[in-house]
Design a binder for this molecule. Structure first.
Ligand code: TXA
Ligand code: MG
Length: 330
């Protein structure tokens, strides 16, 4: 079973960095807290280390991994920045933004991490993980610390329940404050393309750059742009029904906002993402509530509409994947 190491106190943090580094040196993956979700991290320069991530998650290998760096200076050693990407990095790092950039020649990032692409998705996370990378000295490839296709973990306990039997160490940083994965963008011909909505909303990117963020034209396009963006992802066992205005017998309800909907009083369980209608609060609760609704024994999960603005775009993206037909997950 995995050892869970808290980092609330400074002395715990020192111990967690030592234990995590020891695991990384053995080319094994370690579960780490980030501001978005828990990551399953390993040395991005080492083939055996990266293979151990894919094996632990049961993840298809055509799906490239995000590489986490300690800071912009470190990132510049591995990838080539255009002026807009550098502006985004300066504004949002450390933070929940991943920027896809051309890989430098002989960068040392192993092709298994990029699935052979000549681009690299980079992000600088907040807090413990950046400290760990600084101490380890090499970038960490880290997808979310869940079995492929399942709901991403936002607590150490989520990681333990899913992967606890397969990994050695889980660093426990408490609940992830953002709660959805990073936003992924790629700058091409001066255009900012949104490959995945996430913890930084498009409006914030537009405010910083003065440029419009371009969405993929159809839902199929994202699958080609970001190979991991397959339709069914974040799949609970129960079926998920979106834009619910009533709750059917046997269903659990995931609510949003102050209103009440018919059938709620007889729902199997009720979880309100944000009774005051706050999208940030809703994002931070999303994965935990999906897991809890699933564990309630409900036959289905009815989800009320979430506004498609700000972080709502990322929330709706994850909900659509949770509701998609199964068997197409990545
Ligand atoms: O918040 C996050 O981003 C979390 C935490 C752990 O940092 N990580 C995460 O990683 O969500 P993962 O592996 O679950 O998602 C990575 C996504 C995939 O959809 C993949 O296709 C895309 O990033 N990606 C990675 N490298 C890419 C590249 N070079 N070009 C296009 N898409 C890329
Ligand atoms: Mg994931």
């Amino acid at each position: 079973m995995a050892r869970i190491i808290p980092i609330a106190l400074e002395k715990d943090k020192v111990e967690a960095i030592a234990a995590a580094t020891e695991v990384l040196m053995r080319q094994r993956p370690v579960a780490i807290p980030t501001e978005t979700v828990y990551g399953l991290a390993a040395d991005a320069t080492h083939p055996a280390a990266i293979t151990s991530i894919y094996e632990t998650k049961g993840r298809p290998r055509f799906n490239p991994l995000i590489c986490h760096m300690a800071d912009l200076a470190m990132a510049e050693r591995y990838a080539l920045f255009d002026p807009i990407s550098r502006q985004l990095a300066a504004a949002f790092w450390p933070g929940p933004l991943t920027i896809v950039l051309p890989l430098r020649e002989n960068s040392g990032i192993h092709p298994l991490a990029t699935a052979g692409l000549d681009t690299l998705g980079i992000r600088v996370p907040v807090g413990f993980t950046a400290e760990l990378i600084r101490s380890f000295g090499r970038p960490l490839a880290a997808p979310s610390a869940n079995s492929s296709g399942r709901i991403s973990p936002t607590t150490a306990q989520h990681v333990e329940a899913d992967l606890g039997g397969k990994i050695d160490v889980i660093v426990d940083g408490g609940p992830c404050p953002v709660g959805v994965e990073s936003t992924i963008v790629k700058v091409e011909s001066g255009e900012i393309r949104l490959l995945r909505p996430g913890g930084i909303d498009a409006e914030a990117i537009e405010a910083v750059t003065g440029k419009r963020v371009v969405r993929p034209k159809a839902s199929g396009t994202a699958a080609i742009e970001a190979p991991g963006m397959l339709a069914s992802h974040y799949a609970p066992d129960a079926s998920v029904r979106l834009h619910a205005t009533t709750v059917a017998e046997g269903e659990a309800l995931i609510a949003f906002g102050p209103g009440d909907i018919s059938g709620a009083s007889t729902a199997r369980a009720v979880f309100n993402l944000s009774p005051r209608g706050d999208l940030r609060e809703a994002a931070s609760n999303l994965f935990d509530f999906l897991k809890k609704a699933d564990a309630s024994g409900a036959t289905g999960i009815a989800v009320q509409s979430i506004p498609e603005e700000g972080l709502g775009e990322a929330i709706n993206d994850r909900l659509m994947r949770a509701a998609a037909p199964r068997g197409t997950e990545g």
